[in-house]
Design a protein around this ligand. Sequence first.
Ligand code: PLP
Length: 371
Amino acid sequence: MTLTKIEPQNLRTPGPTPIPEDIVDEMSLPMINHRGPEFKELIEATTNGLKQVFMTTNDLYILTSSGTGALEAAVVNTLSPGDKVIAATAGSFGDRFVQIAEGYGADVIRMDFEWGDAIDPEAIRAELHKDPEIKAVLVTHNETSTGVTHDLESIARIVKGEFNKLLLVDAVSSLGCIPLPVDGWNCDLVATGSQKGFMIPPGLAFISISARGWEAYEDAKIPRFYFDLMAAERSLSRGQTPWTPNVALLYGLRLGLDHILGEGLENVYERHAEVAAYCRAGVKALGLELLANDESRASNTVTGIKMPADIDGGRFMSMMREDEGVVLAGGQGKLTGHCFRIGHLGWVTKDDITEVMEALERVLPKVGFKG
Ligand SMILES: *Cc1c(COP(=O)(O)O)cnc(C)c1O
């Protein structure tokens, strides 16, 4: 079988993200028995490293799936059909969380915010006041489809501090890049994926669960099997996973965590903040407009940019890819065709963004952008 040769590229999708060379090498170590002693060491080291990145002492499990699997795990391990939950959404990934909860029969009170806006914590407070039967609140920390980081700290203060409801968080494109102290903010279930901030390929998902989350588990009646967190707990206590894990990705994760913790979480957050500010300044200088309506809530992991009305977006994206080797992400859901996005998370520096800006400067005039 021959495929088109995959050339080195400046991969600026907000997942998958580029992988450092040493991690690529690490993932080709010899295979091991996932019921043996080397694996026990591997799963314990990676689980403990992840707890540091999550800033939690809660239980935490590594699942073999994409990030969506961890979102599904959060729902099926804590809710029952008919449970009233609030799901706040301002984009494609917020919508996905709604779909998962609805798909499993929860009674979802959907709170829609304009795409490009941040979720208003006060609106969540008002909704919680209205209905004492609400069991849980589902929220996305960083909305990857628009490039907006929601004020999870304020949301958590309301949901946990004032109402003491269960809080389920999609942190797929923020964890390890944007501060999210899981214990500090008292988040019950927090889900993320390997291909965003962890500098490894897609295929693993991580989820933490609080004591309160385990209480909800006891009553939860949605059917579950592959993502049953009690199965994960029983296996982990023996240094295993319930089902065959992706061992090669775990090799990569171990080294990725070394890099993150070696650099220091605060420094990693600072690097993401600097690169993102640099990216926003660059796109604005080119005369482009951010999708985020309030720049103070613009994401440090992905920048969403309105597609200029006077250009052919499809041609623009393919020229960036083919002529410049810069792979941008398009729009999702109702933003399809109306925006493009620059991912800057995981293994990223300002130089990667400088390359993007230089490519944009060459390509935009060629597709008729007047700025
Ligand atoms: C990438 C992403 C997901 C999960 O996507 P998968 O393709 O299942 O890994 C979920 N939520 C957000 C916010 C994301 O950025």
